[in-house]
Design a protein around this ligand. Structure first.
Ligand code: ADP
Ligand code: MG
Length: 680
């Protein structure tokens, strides 16, 4: 009998009310309680004051050098100040709303206290007095997140109680062989020392063990889902003459890059195999993903299937339609667009032709698979430039009884660590090479007061017949302000460049107006395009050689890189000018990184380091897993190792049959690893 799944209510002191609140914190069983890890540790290791940074939280000790001075203000507010001699320096310790400390602190006392260090005033504020009995050895005080009426002290007491009553029953779930290979601490001790760190080294070992366990279980789940899906969705491979594909490739106006050839092989293999493709294709802006998509669509058509290409906007749909039509000129491939703005009659016809199989390739926004659209033989779906991958779309398709091969394309290169964690059950193809002959974009960082020089530079480029994008500041949460900004900048530039046609683009325009604006820029009727970020994705105007971004420090690195990628598409030298007066170090760092590298992968890795994985995709729905103890950025090496181990295990016989792996199998089963519906 596994006592670990006992309810926490079996602990003395946990009544029905506490139980309810614990449940809201995700704690129902003893095991949940054990796995409710501190979200951080306060480091009470007492350090010499000169090693402490400004604004850092510290614990200091010293001799009380003045009588505490207590002042009241407001109704219940108070401030107590006392001078303490620390390492030969007089430090002001300031305690808010703890008037009772006046009685406890006496001249000449030895005082241990913590708070935030203000180096300029040599003061520690927001402080608390530490009992002298604090765990001196590790100096680590676990800090827990709690909810409602649950207090940290209660939680600690229950965890302690749980260990004395049920600690013995914590079982090892990792197989002996892995424990030995990585010299991992045994599960029970690891759990214990995360809550009650004995000393720093033991704590680190405990953490290392639990991080590995968490990531291994995660990767195992991914591998198991993948295996299941492969078995469930096994069908017939697509049959076509590869020679015809090769002939098509040879007819292109340029040779494919090595990277394009490699990913194309991966895709073609998927198409021909009996397994359904579930693949992410990533490649920097301008690396030539579209042609790869086109060739794969062609192979799919050769095999007798219809294909769909989904993009985020109508502008992009039109652009793709045009380039696909170009590519397939005279080859008897029928391509159409399902456009939201088409007239009802036209739309009906398109739908009809899709249903009876006359259309080979359909291009459109994501509405393509959502609404009442029926296909004759849909074999392949490509999704371009979008961030919310996979799961949702797979479900929509599945619900419609369709199981086409699926390829997701993204121009936001994802650091490998994120790719393998967020898309653990997907295959990933990467184009990591640019077509030959591209001139790297030169990126410059200028302060806003240099605008007159920037305008001169624009004039020079315009004089050479080139075009210019100007992107307006991003105001978080307010599209109205974004639009206002764009209108202002448009006005300003129209005045500064009287001979030039300056276009204006923003999200409030009706989509026909957007199309017209974009079109005039594409055919060089307007030479400068002032825009909010709506212009960001995929647009291709090779004659544009300058990208100016106002308040560039408000944008994330990936977004800046995307914007920059709108230029540098022709054979002339392109420039990106970042106008920014960043106030924060992170802002400055971003500007420097932009001027230092054109490589999207390097940039995304640095972005990830700067922002952390949560922010990287902007939103929670990104599909990134939430880990309890592991950190995707810091622990990426472990993540990779865990993936290798998981792949090996999932494909081994031992994992499925041996007694050594029984507890691991059970742990995975509890997490729903053997049923894909959990994942959807
Ligand atoms: P992205 O990966 O950003 O979607 P595109 O597919 O739009 O990039 O390609 C950018 C440009 O590069 C297009 O004009 C395309 O025709 C061109 N291109 C693609 N592959 C090659 C190649 N192998 N050699 C030269 N030019 C290429
Ligand atoms: Mg593209």
């Amino acid at each position: 009998m596994n006592e670990m799944i006992q309810s926490v209510s079996s602990l003395s002191g946990v009544g029905p009310k506490a139980m309810e609140q614990l449940q809201q914190m995700g704690i129902s069983t003893i095991q949940d309680l054990f796995e409710h890890f501190p979200f951080r540790y306060e480091d009470h290791a007492i350090r010499p004051i000169n090693e402490v940074q400004h604004d850092e939280r510290v614990t200091l000790q010293g001799k009380v050098h003045s009588e505490p001075d207590l002042r009241f203000f407001g109704k219940k507010k108070s401030r107590l100040t006392v001078r303490v001699l620390v390492d030969g320096l007089l430090v002001q310790a300031i305690f808010f709303n703890q008037p009772y400390l006046k009685k406890q602190i006496n001249l000449g006392d030895h005082l241990v206290f913590s708070g935030k260090l203000d180096r300029n005033r040599l003061a520690v504020t927001g402080g608390t007095v530490k009992p002298k009995s604090i765990d001196r050895e590790s100096g680590l005080e676990p800090v827990y997140s709690v909810k409602g009426d649950i207090k940290v002290q209660m939680l600690k007491k229950w965890i302690d109680l749980a260990f004395s009553e049920y600690g013995e029953q914590v079982k090892e779930i990792l197989p002996e062989q892995l424990l030995a290979t990585y010299r991992l601490m045994e599960r029970r001790s690891a759990l214990y020392h995360l809550h009650f760190p004995a000393d720093l080294d033991t704590f680190r070992q405990a953490k290392r063990r639990m991080i590995y366990e968490e990531l291994l279980l995660f990767q195992m789940k991914m591998q198991l889902f993948r295996k299941q899906r492969r078995e469930e969705e096994k069908g017939n491979g697509k049959v076509f003459q590869e020679k015809e594909v090769t002939t098509f490739i040879e007819g292109l106006p340029f040779p494919l890059t090595g990277a394009q050839k490699r990913v194309l092989n991966e895709i073609i293999d998927d198409l021909s195999s009996p397994y359904k493709m579930n693949r992410l294709l990533q490649g920097d802006v301008g690396s030539g993903k579209t042609i790869v998509a086109a060739i794969s669509l062609y192979a799919n058509v050769l095999a007798g299937y219809q294909g769909a290409m989904m993009v985020p906007t109508e502008i992009l749909a039109e652009q793709h339609l045009a380039s696909l039509k170009d590519l397939f000129e005279g080859m008897g491939v029928k391509i159409a667009q399902l456009s939201g703005s088409a007239r009802a009659k036209e739309k009906r016809e398109t739908l009809q032709q899709l249903r009876d199989g006359q259309i080979d390739i359909i291009v459109g926004t994501h509405a393509l698979i959502q609404e009442g659209v029926d296909f004759d033989r849909l074999g392949f779906v490509i999704t371009d430039e979008q961030h919310r991958f996979g799961v949702e779309q797979r479900r929509v398709l599945k619900n419609k009884g369709l199981q086409p091969d699926v390829l997701f394309m993204t121009a936001t290169p994802i650091p490998r660590t994120l790719a393998i964690s967020a898309f653990g059950d997907m295959d990933v193809s990467t184009i990591d090479e640019m077509p030959k002959g591209r001139k790297p974009i030169k990126t410059h960082w200028a302060k806003h007061d240099m605008l007159p020089r920037v305008i001169d530079f624009m004039k020079k480029e315009l004089g050479n017949g080139h075009q210019v994008y100007v992107i307006c500041p991003l105001i978080e949460e307010s599209e109205t302000l974004d639009v206002q900004n764009a209108i202002d900048v448009h006005f300003q530039l129209s005045q500064a460049l009287p001979e030039i046609n300056v276009g204006l683009m923003h999200g409030r325009l009706h989509h026909e107006e957007k199309d017209t604006t974009m079109h005039s820029f594409a055919i060089n009727e307007t030479q400068v395009l002032v825009s909010t970020t709506v212009v960001e994705v995929g647009v291709n105007v090779p004659n544009a050689t300058v990208m100016v971004i106002y308040d560039a420090d408000r944008f994330g690195l990936s977004q800046l890189h995307q914007l920059r990628g709108r230029v540098g598409r022709g054979s002339d030298q392109s420039h990106c000018i970042l106008l920014a007066d960043p106030k924060t170090d992170v802002g400055k760092e971003r500007m420097s990184i932009m001027t230092e590298t054109n490589d999207g992968f390097e940039l995304s890795q640095r972005d990830l380091e700067l922002r952390g994985p949560g922010d990287f995709f902007g939103v929670k729905q990104s599909g990134l897993p939430q880990f309890k103890i592991a950190d995707i950025v810091e622990d990426y090496r472990v993540l990779e190792i865990a993936r290798q181990d998981a792949t090996k295990l999932a494909n081994s016989k031992a994992f499925w049959s041996s007694e050594d792996y029984r507890l691991l199998r059970e742990a995975l089963e509890k997490q729903g690893a053997f049923q894909e519906s959990k994942f959807d």
